[in-house]
Ligand binder design. Structure first.
Ligand SMILES: *Cc1c(COP(=O)(O)O)cnc(C)c1O
Length: 427
């Protein structure tokens, strides 16, 4: 798409088949929210649904609501809905715990599989630029199991898959750069090298098409509060290929993963399939809010589904890139996100040598919410301005105004004001 005018952007919004979906979200008036990749917008249906759960299901139904309101089935029911977005079948996904905790479960199961099938394989390979919690969890597990975590750059991944590798653990769409792996190609290469593959779909589920079955993946986890709009700290999800699901206990063998939790037997007997990946009692109110968020994504099925969402996401990110290059040239911004569609998630990341944090703060003060991700301070990774473009509720005109605000902040150097340069706890 070539750089266009405000009028062109408005015309694109009028023609957008996904435009009605914006009404499903309570986007605050006057705000251009480009951070749905960190915390998705509140769906309009959520407050009333959660209030009903509090007042009626908890307030009146009390303990009976585990059966009567279907609380007991929520992890599997929400999991089945998420399965539709990631190429998994019904009964293969549960919504539960956090991404970090679920990663611990599946990495542990993957290492157990290898310990039995190929005990000489004792290395987990991941990308140095992976989201840190993923690396920390892997590091902790390696310590416990006497394994090694090998961190490489994306370009050297193929060479890193030696005969000692048990597991390749990757995040499908990189949180810092928006670069997307070829899931099927990477999975096939890892399998050819004898390794299992764990995919983190935190920046993929609900944002880009994912087909775990077609890719032949082994394990996957993902996040509920980003593109699935489940609310702060929403439960995450976990998928295990059915061929692996029954082979091992996951290590957090709590009673909700037991075959018969209400038999209260002293010994653990894992439930069949993905159910054993539950641990303790679920946060029911949060699961109910997550279901509303997933339903809002699934509403796109009536408007062209994931292919339409993907096309709009690419159109929005193309437009954002083209406008930044046309209107913010000469201000030291470098595009970090791949231009190639097949390698791009649903965000645009711009690097800048100085002022990145303050520029983001100055934009937020103008009602354009993106976020800042710190570089390594050594020149390897620069500081990044990150803009998530959620096709469910972001329009073309939003992109136009966001880039105009960015241009003004850069041209006026408004970001140099002291109030924009004070770091807060959460960036
Ligand atoms: C957001 C994100 C997480 C978050 O993990 P939590 O356990 O929910 O805090 C983990 N991994 C990746 C790749 C993420 O993008």
């Amino acid at each position: 798409m070539s750089p266009c005018t405000l009028a062109d952007c408005r015309a694109l919004d009028v023609r957008d088949p996904l435009r009605p979906l914006r009404e499903l979200f309570a986007v605050p008036e006057g705000l251009i929210y480009l951070d749905g990749n960190s915390l998705g917008v509140l769906p309009r249906a959520t407050p009333a649904r959660v209030a009903r759960a509090v007042e009626h299901e908890w307030g009146r139904g009390l303990i009976g609501s585990w059966n009567d309101a279907g609380w007991v089935d929520l992890p599997a029911r929400v999991g089945d809905k998420i399965a539709r977005l990631i190429g998994a079948r019904p009964g293969e996904v549960v919504a539960t715990d956090s991404t970090s905790v679920n990663l611990f479960k599946v990495l542990s199961a993957a290492l157990s599989l290898c310990a039995q099938d190929a005990p000489e394989r004792r290395v987990i390979v991941s990308e140095r630029s992976n989201f840190p919690t993923d690396l920390y969890i892997a590091e902790a597990l390696c310590k416990e199991r006497g394994c090694t975590l090998r961190l490489v750059d994306a370009e050297t991944l193929p060479q890193a898959l030696g005969p000692d590798v048990a597991v390749l653990m990757l995040t499908h769409v990189n949180y810092r750069t928006g670069a997307m792996h070829d899931m099927a190609g990477v999975t096939a290469a890892a399998h050819a090298a004898g390794a299992l593959v764990v995919w983190d779909l935190a920046h993929s589920a609900g944002a880009v098409p994912v087909d775990l079955q077609a890719a032949g993946a082994d394990f996957a986890v993902g996040c509920g509060y980003k593109y699935l709009n489940g609310g702060p700290g929403a439960p995450a999800f976990v998928w295990v290929h059915p061929a692996h699901a029954d082979r091992f206990w996951q290590p957090l063998a709590g009673w909700w993963g037991h075959a018969t939790p209400f038999a209260f037997t002293p010994d653990y007997r894992p439930a069949p399939g993905i159910s054993r990946y539950l641990c303790g009692t679920q946060p029911i109110l949060s699961l109910i809010a997550l279901e509303c968020g997933v339903d809002a994504v699934l509403a796109a099925q009536d408007h062209g589904g994931m292919p339409a969402l993907r096309q709009k996401s690419l159109d929005l990110t193309d437009l954002f890139i083209a406008l930044v290059e046309a209107r913010c040239a000469g201000h030291g911004l470098t595009l970090v996100t791949p231009r190639e569609h097949a390698r791009r998630g649903s965000q645009v990341c711009l690097a800048r040598g100085d002022g990145a944090y303050a520029i983001v703060q100055a934009l937020i003060a103008r009602g354009v919410v993106g976020d800042f991700r710190a570089g390594d301070g050594a020149g390897g990774h620069p500081d990044i301005l990150r803009f998530g473009l959620t096709p469910l509720y972001i329009g073309y005109e939003d992109v136009w105004h966001a880039v105009e605000h960015l241009r003004e902040v850069l041209e006026t150097e408004a970001w140099r004001q002291p109030e924009f340069n004070r770091k807060q706890a959460v960036t």
